[in-house]
Design a protein. Sequence first.
Length: 56
Amino acid sequence: MTQPQPSNPPKFEEPKFGFNSYAERLNGRAAMIGFVSTLAIEYFTGQGLLSWLGLY
């Protein structure tokens, strides 16, 4: 005999960590903000990021 199947399958939430679409989207947005911020620093100070930080 087979067991009856549920009429409403369970809904699983997507995890908020690991390789999933939420984490990839968040990482992409953070990278874009960092890249634009670096360009803005270089434009307004006239120096590269490393020299602005005193590393070069």
